[in-house]
Ligand binder design. Structure first.
Ligand code: NAD
Length: 449
């Protein structure tokens, strides 16, 4: 039922031109729900552009950190965050009643997979409940979390309209996929084009006006479903191409051809080719997960996404492939994994960041431990690691440590690791990232993917 407060404001008619004018004058209050890798940089970008921003999170430690001006996301500059908090243009809260004071609300909560590999929308549903509770006429709601096509209109819209407010007239709803690339020094939230698809043209128009205030280029599309699909196309494209090149690495290995040399030579073609590189498996909160959102949706329509599933299979097999390489390499030195001292170099899922979510390093460590290996690790970005009931600490990369090892496995090629030093002092190296490419010809104690 529509409340009397909602009705009286609605009677005053939502003036779209006034909303857009408020955006231009930076009088729009912006709320960001979920202050993680995506939400905090977005909140900072809005605040830097002159909007008043309130960030919401269920983790009190993040709320407290922000309100004390303490940054915890590597892509955000510490002094920028501290200044915005000092100027009181950026505040954080776990009190969701403050949502009613926001004119625009961007939702940046996690979208993981459940234990059975299906989409877990519980974070979106929880955030949506809070938004629904405080929804008032004139508000813009933007879902940014990656999800399957249909989520915004099939899951969010009916709930938000339940109170009687009408989308496109009383409030505005859009999907706009987040495209951040953690650790990317060239492209951040502000200069990465932003795709926006509203439920109605008016939704697209006001949300595009809002994001134009902080992002260099916005790209409107005709619907929320198209915007949702854009993100899945981008990430499925990566997953499938990485799957292809991972399989080519296995093929080249059987044919005794150096896959890295082949890729570098192919990449000299100035058209129609884009290099992808093999590795120990996929990681992060996007590429290993998002294509499964699409597969799941299509299963509900009795369609099997064969390309996607094949790539997932190949990519998920890579940690075991690396472990086999380690076992074979040790074997060629007359050793076995049992009781071998093995150092994992790099735990985070990609170079020069601290994000360990879904990192293939976990599976590699797990398999090696199951085979009786003594596994330690070094990662300048990950001082401590707890999983499967064990806690490990990053070992300092000393000559003593390296020379005591039976094998080091390069899982993530951080640029602040001295690989020449590793190669000099370690008796055996399995390099799954071609981090030792500078050494030509490849020394006999280095095994590549
Ligand atoms: N990390 C990336 O590189 C990346 C890139 C593009 C898209 N995405 C997508 O963006 C979304 C967010 O990812 P992320 O990496 O920022 O996740 P994250 O885990 O870093 O951050 C999410 C935050 O949301 C908070 N949260 C959870 N439920 C909440 C609720 N009900 N109310 C308020 N806060 C809540 C969590 O406490 C956490 O701080 C996901 O859908 C992800 O797929 C991530």
């Amino acid at each position: 039922m529509i409340s009397s407060k909602q009705r009286s404001v609605r009677m005053a008619h939502i003036d779209k031109a006034k909303i857009i004018d408020d955006i231009r004058k930076k009088q729009t209050h912006v709320g960001v729900i979920g202050l993680g890798y995506v939400g905090l940089p977005l909140a900072v970008e809005f605040a830097r552009a002159g909007f008043r921003v309130t960030g919401f999170d269920i983790q009190q430690s993040k709320v407290d950190a922000i309100n004390q001006g303490r940054n915890y996301i590597a892509d955000v500059a510490d002094d920028v965050l501290a200044n915005l908090v000092r100027q009181q243009v950026l505040v954080a809260s776990s009190d969701f009643s403050l949502l009613s004071a926001q004119d625009a609300i961007s939702i940046c909560v996690p979208t993981p997979l459940s234990k059975t590999g299906d989409p877990d929308l519980s974070y979106i549903l929880n955030a949506q409940q809070e938004v629904k509770k405080y929804l008032r006429p004139g508000q813009m709601i933007v879902l940014e979390s990656t999800t399957y096509p249909g989520t915004t209109e099939e899951v969010m819209l009916p709930e938000l309209q339940e109170g009687g407010l009408v989308v496109g007239k009383d409030f505005f709803l859009a999907f706009s996929p987040e495209r951040i690339d953690p650790g990317n020094k060239k492209f951040g939230t502000g200069n990465t084009p932003k795709v926006i698809g509203g439920v109605t043209p008016a939704c697209t128009e006001v949300v595009a006006a809002l994001y134009s205030g902080v992002i260099e280029k916005v790209v409107p599309v005709s619907s929320t479903r198209a915007a949702e699909m854009v993100k899945l196309l981008e990430n499925t494209f990566r997953s499938i191409n990485i799957g292809l090149v991972n399989e080519l690495a296995i093929i080249c290995n059987l044919l005794k051809i150096d896959i890295w040399e082949v890729i570098d030579a192919a990449a000299t073609k100035p058209f129609g080719y884009m290099p992808f590189y093999p590795g120990p498996g996929l990681g992060g909160h996007c590429i290993p997960i998002d294509p499964s959102y699409l597969s799941w949706k299509l299963r509900t329509l009795n369609y099997r996404t064969r390309f996607i599933e094949l790539a997932v299979d190949i990519n998920m097999g890579m940690p075991a492939y690396v472990v086999q390489k380690v076992a074979d390499a040790l074997n060629s030195f007359g050793k076995c994994v049992r009781d071998a001292k093995i150092l994992i170099l790099g735990i985070s899922y990609k170079r020069d960041i601290d994000d360990v979510r879904e990192s293939p390093a976990f599976d590699i460590i797990r398999h090696l431990r199951e085979k009786g290996g003594h596994v330690s690790y070094h990662d300048p970005y990950v001082p401590e690691l707890s999983f499967d009931g064990i806690t490990l600490k990053s070992e300092p990369l000393s000559r003593e440590l390296l020379s005591r090892l039976d094998c080091a496995v390069i899982v993530t090629d951080h640029s602040n690791v001295d690989y020449a030093f590793v190669v000099k002092h370690c008796p055996l190296i399995v390099d799954s990232r071609n981090a030792t490419r500078h050494l030509q010809p490849t020394p006999k104690h280095i095994v590549k993917l």
